[in-house]
Design a binder for this molecule. Sequence first.
Ligand SMILES: [Zn+2]
Length: 290
Amino acid sequence: MNNIITFIYFIATISKVTGFDGIANLLPVETNNDTSIIEVAIEENKDYNESSDIVEEEPSVQEDIQIKEENILDDIDTNKPSRVIDPTKPMVALTYDDGPNATTTNKILDILEKNNAVATFFELGNLVERYPDVVKREEAIGCEVGNHSYAHKNLNTLSKAQIQADMQKSENAFLNAIGHKTKLFRPPYGNANATVRATIEYPLINWNIDTLDWKSRNADKVIAHIRSFQSLDGRIILMHSIYNSTVKATEIIVPELISKGYQLVTISELAYYRGFETLSNGVIYREFNP
Ligand SMILES: [Zn+2]
């Protein structure tokens, strides 16, 4: 019943904002995964609905209307990929750390967008402050944004209070840029000792394929490493969004993986469709195998 009321308010709000009664028919619902539009269409797809932020956050009707009023005109013009996932088919999660970078991260987003694909970006709070628009764009095209600390310190060397202070700064950066905290955290260098695990109130996402892109700075080596695995199903691949060589590798690897039948998914999608409907804080995850 609440959904019907929300829907009625939604239509009423569109009419109020646009002054056009028939606009609901023109919305690109099938191809748009932005929360403010998909909410109407998503009711039909229970599985996807359960895994999405939309339901978990459950804004009140009043808040909901305000969000729509702010975004509705932009949304009409954006053409975003639909997120239809077949849980029976192979899936792999590309992850990019250490951004956002105004040049290279945006180039990676261009490639993902062109291929109707998504990835997860573990971003640094201090750079999120500098380039909030890149992080907004990541979310806008269906990618997932994760927290990678504020300043990329080795958290194993910090006290509990120092870790908390770093996290506070980083969370504020994400709050200011995208309006919410991230669901996931990746510790710098993958380092998370007992103190870190007890302090960070997020699921910790590491990887089980390390392309060493930061070391080689060589697209061919990154591509060759990813190709060397017989199956990538359920795997989490580590790259960094701040190198031109990684942009080049992404340009080759994204369409290639898709042509091999892999679905490129976010970490939360991969976890959800592999049976992890909720992830536990302080636990390190490296893969979500079938
Ligand atoms: Zn890093």
